[in-house]
Design a binder for this molecule. Structure first.
Ligand SMILES: [Fe+2]
Length: 220
């Protein structure tokens, strides 16, 4: 799968409407080894991500007025929805969107850029000084996230790049911020290989980021 189609897939998921569907992984389960082992990749995609999709569909079955909205609109418009479904959309809609981006960010391949370029590189230099400083901030956010959550590189409403740790499946879109890089730090993302060594998992995936897919997020 090309970089363009990996990006398109994350974007397509945000454009999906009910009933939502699980995107294909797009590469072999072994493709990101040893950073992410094949069993973790398979269980993570085929069961965890699939469950978010199933539960998002269940939540919207009884909300026909919400079925017209895209996943992106559901996340960005959270405060407008009935209180009874906000948590389900936050958790399962966030889980669907977050994982769709994560698969692309981990994608291997000869077209993968080992370092940011273009506009993203310029913004990282402006806001962090160096790529290594940006990666260090992402690692610190991931290590410091208590319990389950994600480390995010986001573009804020004022077009600054900022690193944040967010709990559970909270999407940066909930606060109107654009996800650029998202690193899953739920134990299901790393426990089979790394057990309690979350920092080692973060080092491994930060070395495998597909910066072309990250850059493409800026073009939304
Ligand atoms: Fe996950």
């Amino acid at each position: 799968m090309s970089v363009r189609s990996l990006f398109a897939r994350a974007d397509e998921v945000l454009s999906q409407r009910f009933p939502f569907v699980l995107p294909v992984l797009g590469y072999a389960a072994t493709a990101v080894e040893p950073a992410v082992d094949a069993q973790t990749m398979t269980i993570h995609h085929d069961r965890h991500h699939a469950t978010y999709v199933t539960n998002l569909n269940k939540a919207l079955e009884s909300q026909p007025e919400l079925q017209a909205y895209t996943l992106g609109e559901l996340l960005m418009g959270m405060r407008k929805w009935p209180a009874a479904v906000q948590t389900a959309i936050r958790n399962n809609g966030g889980g669907h969107a977050n994982h769709a981006l994560y698969w692309g960010l981990l994608a291997p391949g000869s077209s993968t850029s080992a370092a940011p370029s273009g506009q993203l590189a310029e913004m990282i230099t402006r806001d962090f000084g160096t790529v290594d400083a940006c990666k260090a901030a992402l690692k610190a956010a991931g290590v410091g996230q208590f319990g389950s959550g994600w480390a995010w590189l986001v573009k804020t409403a004022t077009s600054r790049l900022v690193v944040r740790g967010l709990p559970n499946q909270d999407s940066p879109l909930l606060e109107g911020e654009l996800p650029i890089v998202g690193l899953d730090v739920w134990e299901h993302a790393y426990y089979l290989t790394y057990q309690n060594r979350r920092a080692d998992y973060l080092d491994a995936v930060l070395a495998r980021i597909n910066w072309d897919v990250a850059s493409a997020q800026l073009k939304r």
